[in-house]
Design a protein. Structure first.
Length: 476
């Protein structure tokens, strides 16, 4: 994450005399697209700089030692580097000068785009090799290191008689840690990713191991729940290294039902009704024709496709399917044996993920499920006007809301990303109950209570990270 770093940088940028006359949205656009016609040369240099050193992590002991070097507790000699690597490290970081060094974890897969202001004074951590998964001997729990892929967790859990209760709305090849340090959107019909997290193992800014939560049980009802308060911004305060998650028992029968709809209004009505039935459902995944062509290129793409996954006993599956059919009334057809995108073999899943990742994504839209048809029509029209064909991936919650990720067939240049984000924001503003959450949307937000929360989080970060090592705030 980098929300606090971006927010702080923008707050300080408006104090620069040359930029003080710019309205906030114009300044954010200039910073996002690196507009050298508006911004001073020093700011362009800040935004173009990247972490000079990348370290591939093999164990958390390496992270602890590295943090202690960066915060001044230990000498670079303690890293045990070869002479060549030692020289490179000191040269790239300029060790010995009076300056602060920061450390930032690198996401395995980004759905949208990186934050505006890169961590530029220190080290980037590559956790791709830190990917072990440990399952509890009793109960349904696992501890996944942050570099473990979601697909590896999903497959390994299934083989051991467990079921992973959360899936990615956009089926990219995310690591589990991408939910903490990137923008992976894991969720299920019954809750958000955070509702399945028992604890997070972290390294503090002083190189100490710190655990948020209890790995064996949930603590979200204790009133001392720092874990769920900071999960969306965990990497702003600590360096996450492993996540303890709750799993479920693998059901004796698991089915995926596929419904095709030719009309967005009918689809929205069906999803709204389904959310009111009280049926035990694992997840509901929805795509329009553009997204369906990417997920299932060999199958005909209907205007809208909804897949409903559930587990049941062998005797109870038929009754549950009948109840779901009744709730989904209005469908054009019901597919037989249509595979869901999550059960594919690992190589096939990654191949599909590569195809999905070629689209441009701008962030998440939350809507009442009954408004999905209206949103789909507006999104399609906007894509046609912008010469960027639009599609979407979505999941339904039992609360009656849908989490929608618009996608566009467009080059991923920053100007296009900004303008398409603006357009989606405008669409959502016209839909009652709609909310657009993205990196840019957070920065655009001017609501007083939101700004107060941001001020509190910056204060909390300064209290927890007094060493200024974990993604330190940067002023222009």
């Amino acid at each position: 994450m980098g929300l606090l770093r971006d927010w702080h940088y923008i707050e300080k940028a408006v104090e620069i005399p040359a930029l003080s006359e710019l309205i906030r949205d114009a300044l954010i656009r200039a910073l996002f697209v690196r507009d050298d016609r508006v911004l001073p040369r020093d700011l362009i240099a800040d935004l173009s700089r990247v972490p000079p050193v990348t370290v591939k992590v093999k164990d958390d002991g390496e992270v602890r030692k590295l943090v202690r070097v960066l915060n001044g507790q230990e000498s670079t000699l303690s890293l045990g580097l070869s002479a060549e690597d030692y020289h490179f490290f000191r040269t790239q970081l300029g060790v010995g000068r009076t300056r602060e060094f920061g450390v930032v974890p690198r996401p395995r897969t980004l759905l949208t785009y990186d934050w505006i202001v890169p961590e530029q004074r220190g080290v980037q951590l590559d956790f791709s090799g830190y990917a072990d998964i440990e399952f509890a001997e009793e109960g349904h729990r696992a501890i996944a290191q942050v570099g473990a892929t979601w697909k590896a967790l999903y497959d390994a859990a299934t083989a051991k008689g467990h079921s992973v209760p959360f899936v990615p709305t956009v089926p990219l090849d995310f690591a589990v840690g991408d939910a903490l340090v990137g923008d992976a959107a894991f969720a299920s019909y019954r809750g958000e990713f955070g509702s399945f997290v028992n604890a997070v193992r972290t390294i503090s800014a002083f190189g100490h191991r710190a655990r948020l939560g209890f790995e064996e049980v949930a603590n979200n009802g204790t009133a001392y729940d720092l874990l769920h308060a900071v999960i969306p911004l965990a990497a702003e305060f600590f360096i996450p290294v492993a996540v303890a998650v709750r799993l479920e028992a693998k059901p004796s029968t698991r089915k995926t039902l596929t419904y095709a709809f030719d009309d967005g209004t009918k689809l929205a009505a069906a999803l709204d009704k389904l959310s009111r039935t009280g049926q035990g459902i694992d997840w509901v995944h929805v795509t329009d024709a553009a997204a369906a062509k990417i997920l299932r290129p060999g199958a005909p793409a209907e205007a809208f496709t909804a897949q409903v996954a559930f587990g049941a006993t062998a005797t109870g599956a038929a009754a549950k399917e009948k109840a779901i059919d009744a709730a989904m009334a209005g469908f054009k057809s019901k597919g037989a044996d249509v595979p869901n995108p999550f059960d594919a073999a690992q190589d096939a899943y990654r191949k599909t993920a590569e195809s999905v990742s070629r689209s441009l994504f701008v962030g998440e839209v939350r809507l009442p499920s009954k408004a999905l048809g209206d949103f789909a029509g507006r999104l399609r029209a906007f894509g046609d006007q912008s010469a960027a064909k639009a599609g979407f991936y979505a999941t339904l919650r039992e609360t009656g809301t849908v989490s929608v990720f618009p996608s566009f067939a467009s080059p991923k240049d920053r100007t296009k990303q900004h303008d398409l984000s603006k357009g989606v924001r405008t669409i959502v503003s016209k839909i009652a109950g709609g909310v657009f959450t993205s990196r840019l949307a957070h920065l655009w937000e001017g609501e007083p209570q939101f700004r107060q929360r941001m001020s509190f989080l910056r204060s909390l970060k300064s209290t927890i990270d007094t060493a200024h090592v974990v993604q330190p705030l940067l002023s222009p």
